[in-house]
Write a protein that binds this ligand. Sequence first.
Ligand code: NAP
Length: 232
Amino acid sequence: MPVAIITGASKGLGRALAEALAARGWDLVLDARTAEVLQETAAGLQTYGTRVMAVPGDVTDAGHRSELVAAGWRLGGVDLLVSNASALGAEPLVRLDELPLQGLRRALEVNVIAALALVQEALPLLRASGAGTVITVSSDAASEAYETWGGYGASKAALDHLSAVLGAEEPGLRVWAVDPGDMATDLYAAAVPDDDDPRPAPASVVPAFLRLLDERPASGRYGAPSLLEGRR
Ligand SMILES: NC(=O)c1ccc[n+]([C@@H]2O[C@H](COP(=O)([O-])OP(=O)(O)OC[C@H]3O[C@@H](n4cnc5c(N)ncnc54)[C@H](OP(=O)(O)O)[C@@H]3O)[C@@H](O)[C@H]2O)c1
């Protein structure tokens, strides 16, 4: 069975993706900081009969990242690494003139440095996979200048660039940066608590990720809306 590590997998997009992969027979290593919620998510996936290892911790912790990759190794390797865990830098989001620099540092630490560090840790297993794949979860805030999304957007732009260069440096892997579009999740509510407009459920964008895995297009940046055309 193929093995995936998914960070930020206890809820939101990470959990929806974990469920879809478990349904397809993937063995999973799941990460999030809040152990009880992560364990509940992992328990809910038992119904699919695949092996699911819940490894609670913070992606910024080097020891925790090693545990994630070691768990993948125990399951037989790492075929897919999804860097999905994310920090906003300020909750709610604020304009750049008020953005706490500590918040920006945290967003860069979680969204960029930890993501690269986990790739570095998993690379030997990804290269050995034969179908090694890295997915980094991006945002349209990486490419559009939305007021208050500057710090988070800058971190996602940096993540996009790391992903693009990784794709060039590792021709044996697929490296996809994926913008999922807006989703109704705790992260979105924390970012913009006054925005009551309905947003799509995370599960509704999962078919975009499955399409990438099925079709294995070239490494690059992809947006969920175009991947979902004719797919829902
Ligand atoms: N929601 C949107 O509208 C939207 C739009 C564009 C892009 N995105 C991106 O989509 C991805 C998923 O976000 P979401 O909206 O699904 O968020 P979510 O529902 O709030 O889930 C975030 C997940 O990440 C975990 N997490 C957060 N910080 C972590 C850390 N430092 N270490 C380990 N786990 C951590 C959370 O659990 P704990 O808190 O327990 O750690 C949770 O499992 C993110 O990369 C986000 O930037 C979201």
